[in-house]
Design a protein around this ligand. Structure first.
Ligand code: PLP
Length: 374
């Protein structure tokens, strides 16, 4: 039987042909396909300005710059995310302030945010882990009360919604990722949804050397920009994917539903919150009952691999990485995130999976776990 990875992008022939058209056109860098991609993403975000870049990491770092966040400022975020979330805070010279997660949602615990706010706090940076949105009403109520910016790391929640409104259609600065493991891809890429054209103009400068083109054909540079503009090759992939996003997410929901139906409760796996309204099921992540298992997570992953099934780990709590320990964080600081990070596994879930693939994963889980459960 073929190896079943935990995720795999689904690129159709029309998209492959569209990439071929770009390659034949003579224009490979930022051009008409990028502008079209931005226009489509803007419609997706309810008409708000959207600009694309080479990664969500770049988009988040530039979002912090747009919000004027730098040395001496604190940004509140979750310790349970891809490392990019906290890295960009360090990259602009600001200080990440972690707040432990809610065990039910595994997202930042909204009840604990206020205790972490200091006079230096400038922004909240929520993450919608596995595509399950943070409660936007409560989040923005806190932000308004304390006059904080919100930089939504919505890398995983493209197409998810809160209270019937798509993530990105409201809020402050919202970043999405188009890395191949996300719900839609452009090969690599990301975007930022902004509030107005002034922010979008600054973003355009930051992504390309600070350059402003002048009407007389010359240019000026008035801020230090980097190099993060997207290619038309990537935009052609993104355009093909955006068209299919709703269908992709609908299929993900069906497959997640099947996991809930087919996983054997006797295995003692702690399942994710069964939200079939708001979430986009970017990942399906049970927690292993390690205290009851005569097997480590590493051994479990290896045993599943022997069964032909790929298992991911997203993510170990990031305050325990050496870089953050060097900033003073230690074991025990955020016990819920640490526990989830130590036991989480990502099961295969991607739109091209068949129903039988879910059953195959469930059978393999039983075969691997039953003999080692106390
Ligand atoms: C993937 C991801 C990012 C980074 O996205 P890139 O496009 O790879 O830079 C940031 N935050 C979260 C939560 C992610 O999942």
């Amino acid at each position: 039987m073929d190896f079943l990875p935990f995720t795999r992008p689904d690129i159709d022939e029309a998209t492959i042909a569209a990439v071929g058209d770009v390659l034949r056109s003579g224009w490979l860098a930022t051009g008409p396909r990028c502008r079209e991609f931005e226009a489509r993403l803007s419609s997706f975000a309810g008409g708000r300005p959207v600009r694309v870049v080479t990664s969500a990491t770049a988009a988040l770092e530039m979002a912090l710059q747009i919000a004027g966040i730098g040395p001496g400022d604190e940004v509140i975020t979750t310790p349970l995310s891809w490392i990019a979330t906290a890295n960009v805070i360090l990259a602009v010279g600001a200080t990440p302030v972690f707040v432990d997660v809610d065990p039910a949602t595994r997202n930042i615990d909204l009840d604990r945010i206020e205790a972490a706010i200091t006079p230096r706090t400038r922004a909240l940076m929520p993450v919608d882990l596995a595509g399950l949105p943070v409660d936007r009403q409560r989040l923005y109520r806190i932000a308004e009360q304390y006059r904080l910016r919100v930089i939504e790391d919505a890398a995983q929640s493209m197409g998810a919604s809160w209270n019937g409104q798509r993530i990105g259609q409201g809020g402050d600065l919202v970043s999405f990722s188009f890395h191949p493991n996300k719900n839609m891809t452009s090969g690599e890429g990301g975007c930022l949804v902004m509030n107005d054209e002034d922010e979008a103009r600054l973003f355009e400068k930051l992504r390309l050397q600070g350059v402003t083109r002048l009407p007389d054909g010359t240019m000026d540079v008035d801020v230090l920009g980097g190099k993060a503009n997207l290619t038309d090759i990537a935009a052609a992939i993104g355009l093909g994917q955006l068209e299919r996003l709703e269908a992709f997410n609908a299929r993900r929901r069906e497959l997640a539903q099947r996991y809930f139906e087919r996983l054997d409760p006797a295995l003692g796996l702690e399942l994710p919150l069964a939200d079939f309204v708001n979430g986009n099921w970017h990942m399906f992540q049970p927690l292993l009952p390690l205290a009851r298992m005569r097997m480590t997570r590493g051994e479990f992953i290896e045993a599943m691999k022997q069964q032909g099934i790929g298992i991911g780990v997203h993510y170990p709590a990031m305050h325990l990485f050496s870089l953050f320990k060097a900033h003073g964080f230690k074991t025990g600081d955020f016990p819920i995130a640490e526990d989830i990070g130590a036991r989480t596994i990502t099961l295969p879930l991607f739109p091209a999976m068949r129903d039988e693939d879910i059953d195959r994963v469930c059978t393999a889980l039983s075969q691997v776990m039953k003999p080692v459960l106390n």
